[in-house]
Design a protein around this ligand. Structure first.
Ligand SMILES: C[S@@+](CC[C@H](N)C(=O)[O-])C[C@H]1O[C@@H](n2cnc3c(N)ncnc32)[C@H](O)[C@@H]1O
Length: 270
């Protein structure tokens, strides 16, 4: 049985495997938030800084702080962002190093499912947001295998190969996310789904991108014998038939949820 934990330290592979799809979801997600200008943002699990970069480009923030538990990701975010409004630090989402009510908007993109104790992280997000502020997250819709790795994972299963669920799968449907928000005292919840078109120049582009060392599913592929690998490649080529222009295209879906915190009332402590 091969475990499916990602290797967050491999930032280049992350960018190739997931970065572009994270960007594709974050753009409509930010439109959906309708965030006010001049807000102070916290990007929880900022990774290489994709959400922060888009917030700076589209949301006119006063400031944005990105935190992440993986030093390599924080280093990459800090190096790519030359904007005096942005700064990045290594920190755990479950113990945010900020005072109560420090931010107007606290966002986490594709992160909640990887955190060992998501309720604790949400309570922390609730603690550091100001009254009247917003806590918002999105995760891939893992249960129906609608992440960008979905076709690969389904093809492995079709060959009888065991593929463990990705971390946080049971908490990724919208009702489960809403329940988690409720437990953390996050009220006035709104939710939506965001569809993105995942596309690759051709089948080989798909294969290389989806089987980088970063990808959790690559560990499963690496454990296969040569015949099984050939069967997997063939099964995928059939499922993901190239379009007339050679492109490989399919859909992925993210579940997004936001809570506007009450302007007054008891605060939740971490
Ligand atoms: C799939 S990446 C998403 C990165 C980025 N938000 C994006 O949209 O591209 C998940 C990130 O969560 C971070 N992470 C996982 N557990 C964490 C924790 N307990 N505290 C802070 N960051 C964490 C990982 O280091 C990784 O950078």
């Amino acid at each position: 049985m091969v475990k499916t934990e990602p290797r967050f330290g491999e930032v280049e592979a992350y960018e190739r495997f997931m970065g572009r799809w994270s960007r594709a979801v974050a753009t409509p997600f930010l439109r959906w938030l309708r965030a006010a200008a001049n807000a102070e943002w916290l990007d929880v699990g900022c990774g290489t800084g994709i959400l922060s970069e888009l917030v700076l480009a589209a949301c006119v923030p006063a400031t944005i702080v990105g935190i992440d538990a993986t030093p390599e990701q924080v280093g990459r975010a800090a190096n790519r962002m030359v904007d005096s409004r942005a700064c990045f630090a290594i920190a755990d989402a479950q113990a945010l190093p900020f005072d109560n009510a420090s931010f107007d908007i606290v966002a986490a993109a594709l992160v909640l499912n990887f955190i060992p104790d998501p309720p604790r992280a949400l309570r922390e997000m609730r603690r550091v947001v100001r009254p009247g502020g917003m806590v918002c997250v999105f995760v891939w819709d893992f249960e129906p295998e609608l992440s960008p790795s979905g076709p690969l994972r389904k093809a492995l299963r079709s060959l009888g190969i065991e593929v463990l669920p990705l971390p946080g799968t049971p908490a990724s449907p919208l009702p489960a996310l809403a329940a988690l928000f409720g437990q953390a005292g996050l009220e006035s919840v709104e939710a939506t789904t965001i569809e993105v078109a995942v596309s690759f120049a051709n089948f080989d582009d798909f294969w290389e991108s989806q089987t980088t060392l970063y990808s959790p599913t690559t560990k499963i592929i690496n454990s296969l014998g040569q015949d099984e690998r050939k069967s997997l490649y063939a099964a995928l080529r059939t499922t993901l038939s190239e379009q007339g222009d050679g492109e490989v295209r399919y859909s992925a879906r993210a579940n997004a949820i936001k809570s506007t915190c009450a302007k007054s009332g008891a605060r939740v402590s971490g």
